[in-house]
Design a binder for this molecule. Sequence first.
Ligand code: AMP
Length: 207
Amino acid sequence: MNVIFLGVQGSGKGTQAKLLSRKYGWPHINVGEKFREHIKKETKLGKTAAEYIHKGELVPDKYVFKMIEPTLLEANQGFILDGFPRTEKQAEYLLDEFDIDVSFYLNLPEKVAITRIQARRHCNRCHKDYNLLFNPPKEYGICDACGGKLVQRKDDKKDAIEKRIQEFHKTTKKVIPLLKKACRFVDIDADRTLEEIHQDIIAEIEK
Ligand code: AMP
């Protein structure tokens, strides 16, 4: 199946996409993570993308297409998209080129989203993710898995978060009517536990 996860930052798209990928074996395509890999490797695309990402702005469509197109074309057994489409142009491209079976919209109030994002940390060595609210490390600031230092993403700091949330409301929400027209669209209450949300998603997939 080809599945899309849509939702404001902090709504749990990445976590739910990972769980679904583990259950069904469809590749999880996380666009933000792909950009972060480019930034880490200091590629030309990474350097360009970093200028937008660190300010909390969307990366222009032409760079997003350049990065994601080969991955989508390779994933011929289905895919789970996390963080794409985020603009109308991206949605039009996706819906023209691929059959999408279902879109899950993880619906979360803005205040809850901000609290969750500010509590996010990741290990700067092995990249394991934590959340100080739901999934804290055993020792403050230290990765359980490798002993690395836990840090906050630059774009998870207050100014960048506010901008990213504004972008979501101004730009990304416009893809909702396009998705509703083209595929099954499921609105999920994301202000619940990870397991409850996962079970709802599986029930929809199995329908
Ligand atoms: P994320 O980890 O999904 O929150 O993505 C981090 C950042 O990567 C976003 O704030 C954007 O700057 C950039 N990004 C990720 N996906 C896209 C996309 N589909 N279009 C434009 N920019 C994106």
